[in-house]
Design a protein around this ligand. Structure first.
Ligand SMILES: N[C@@H](CCC(=O)N[C@@H](CS)C(=O)NCC(=O)O)C(=O)O
Length: 399
C-alpha cells in the first residue's frame, strides 16, 4: 500500500520517454519471454517495468524512500492485525478465548499442537512426563505460508523427535476448520495448543497454562505416571511466584521484544527480559530447579522459551544483549531438562527454525533461515550438565 507521500513521489517523477503502448508491448514481451524462463518472478517483472520507466535503475534516493514508505505502511498494517500493541507501541498479547472450566471426560480428549510454538511445547512435555500419550492423542499442525496452522504432512521420522501430522481427530485441512466445527462455530484466532473433546465436538481449552495443570493432576486415572506431580501442594505458591516473573518477562518477554513497534517499547522489554535472565542465572547457581530439588510446571514453562532462545529469539526477536549459551547456569539447566527421558523427543529444531524464520513474515520478509547455532545442536545439549550435585533428590521419571 503506498501512502500519499510515496505515490506523489512517483507522480512528480514521470516516465521520461516511454509511451503507454511501448510499455504495454514490452510488458507483454517480458511476460511471454519469461513464461518459459524458470527465473521469472514478480521481482523480475517489477525490474523490467522500472527499467522501462526510468532507464537502467531508479535513482537510489527515490528507490529507498519509496520502498521504505511502502514497507513501513504495510508493516504497520500487518503488525496491527498480527501483533496488537498498546499506545506506547508495546506488544499486547490477546487473551486466550477458551479457558478450562470443569472436568473434561478423560476418554475423549485430543490435543492440537504446532512444534514451533513454545506454548504448545509445554503441553507436549507434560503429556510425555505424565505418560498421557495414549490417553490424549495428538495432531501436529504445520505453519502455513499465511501464518495460520495447517495439516499437510503425515508423521515424518525426524531424528527421533515428534513430527508434523495430519488431523487425526477430525480430518480437517486447517486448524481454523477444526475450531469452526465447535457448536456455534468460531471465527476468532485459531491458536495452538488446543484441547478438543471428540465426544461433544467442542474446544475444551486453548490456554497452555490451564492445559498443563489439567494434564498434571486432572487425568491421573488414565495417566501411566500418576505418581509424577509437577505441582505438589507444598510448592504451589513458589511455582506461582516464579511464573509471575517468568511469564511477562521471559515467556512473553521475548515476544514483547520481537513485536515491539517503538524503540521505547523495545528498550523496556529487552531490559526487563535480561534483568529476569540475570536473576534466574544467579538463582540457578544454587538451585537445581526453580523451586529447589524438584522439577515443576514452571521449569517446563521456562524451558520451552530457553530452548528457542539462541535458535530464534536472539536473532529474530532482537534479544541480542546475550546469547543463552553465555549464561553458564541457565544453559546447563536447559540441558538438564532436555536430558530428562522423553523431553528431547518433543523438541524439533528444524520445525522451530522454519516456524519462526519462514513464517513470521513481517519480521523476516526474505524468509531466509539462518544456520542453526552449534550450541543448540542435539549433541551439545546432551553434554553433561553437572547439576546433580545441586540437589539431594533423584527425580522420579519416567515410564
Ligand atoms: N496464551 C496462549 C498463546 C497461544 C499462542 O499464541 N499460540 C500461537 C503460536 S506460538 C498461535 O497459535 N498463533 C496463531 C494465531 O494467532 O493465529 C497459550 O499460552 O496457550
Amino acid at each position: 500500500m503506498l501512502s500519499c507521500s510515496s505515490s506523489s513521489l512517483l507522480i512528480v517523477n514521470p516516465p521520461p520517454r516511454a509511451s503507454r503502448h511501448v510499455i504495454r508491448r514490452s510488458l507483454r514481451m517480458s511476460l511471454n519471454n519469461d513464461n518459459t524462463n524458470p527465473k521469472f518472478t514478480p521481482i523480475s517483472l517489477l525490474n523490467s517495468v522500472t527499467k522501462l520507466l526510468w532507464g537502467q535503475s531508479l535513482p537510489p534516493g527515490l528507490l529507498v524512500t519509496t520502498v521504505r514508505t511502502a514497507w513501513n505502511s504495510a508493516w504497520g498494517l500487518m503488525m496491527l492485525q498480527l501483533a496488537p500493541s498498546d499506545s506506547s507501541g508495546g506488544y499486547s498479547r490477546p487473551a486466550s478465548k477458551f479457558r478450562f472450566a470443569g472436568s473434561p471426560s478423560p476418554g475423549s480428549l485430543h490435543l492440537y499442537v504446532g512444534l514451533a510454538c513454545p506454548w504448545a511445547h509445554r503441553t507436549l512435555i507434560v503429556r510425555a512426563l505424565k505418560g498421557l500419550e495414549e490417553a490424549v492423542p495428538v495432531s501436529v499442525a504445520s505453519p502455513g505460508m499465511d501464518g495460520s496452522w495447517e495439516f499437510k504432512r503425515v508423521d515424518g521420522a525426524n531424528s527421533g523427535s515428534i513430527g508434523a501430522s495430519l488431523d487425526k481427530a477430525n480430518g480437517c485441512k486447517t486448524l481454523k476448520e477444526v475450531y469452526g466445527l465447535r457448536r456455534g462455530g468460531y471465527d476468532g484466532r485459531s491458536t495452538v495448543p488446543m484441547l478438543w473433546d471428540t465426544g461433544s465436538k467442542d474446544v475444551v481449552c486453548n490456554e497452555s497454562y490451564d492445559i498443563i495443570h489439567l494434564f498434571n493432576s486432572g487425568l491421573n486415572s488414565v495417566a501411566r505416571n500418576p505418581e509424577v506431580d509437577l505441582s505438589p501442594p507444598q510448592l504451589k505458591d513458589q511455582i506461582e511466584e516464579w511464573y509471575r516473573i517468568i511469564y511477562p518477562n521471559v515467556n512473553n518477554g521475548v515476544y514483547r521484544c520481537g513485536f515491539a513497534q517503538s524503540q521505547e517499547a523495545y528498550d523496556k522489554s529487552v531490559n526487563e527480559l535480561f534483568c529476569a535472565l540475570d536473576k534466574l542465572e544467579e538463582h540457578l547457581g544454587n538451585s537445581r530447579y526453580l523451586c529447589g530439588d524438584e522439577l515443576t510446571l514452571v521449569d517446563i514453562c521456562l524451558f520451552t522459551t530457553l530452548v528457542r532462545f539462541d535458535l530464534a529469539y536472539n536473532v529474530l526477536f532482537k534479544c541480542t544483549k546475550k546469547k543463552l549459551c553465555e549464561y553458564t547456569n541457565l544453559h546447563a539447566y536447559m540441558r538438564d531438562i532436555y536430558q530428562i527421558p522423553k523431553v528431547a523427543a518433543t523438541c524439533n529444531f528444524t520445525e522451530i527454525m522454519d516456524g519462526y524464520y519462514k513464517i513470521l513474515f513481517p519480521l523476516n520478509p526474505g524468509g531466509i533461515r539462518p544456520v542453526m547455532p552449534s550450541t543448540s545442536e542435539h549433541q551439545i545439549l546432551c553434554r553433561p550438565h553437572g547439576r546433580e550435585s545441586l540437589s539431594s533428590a533423584t527425580p522420579v521419571f519416567v515410564k
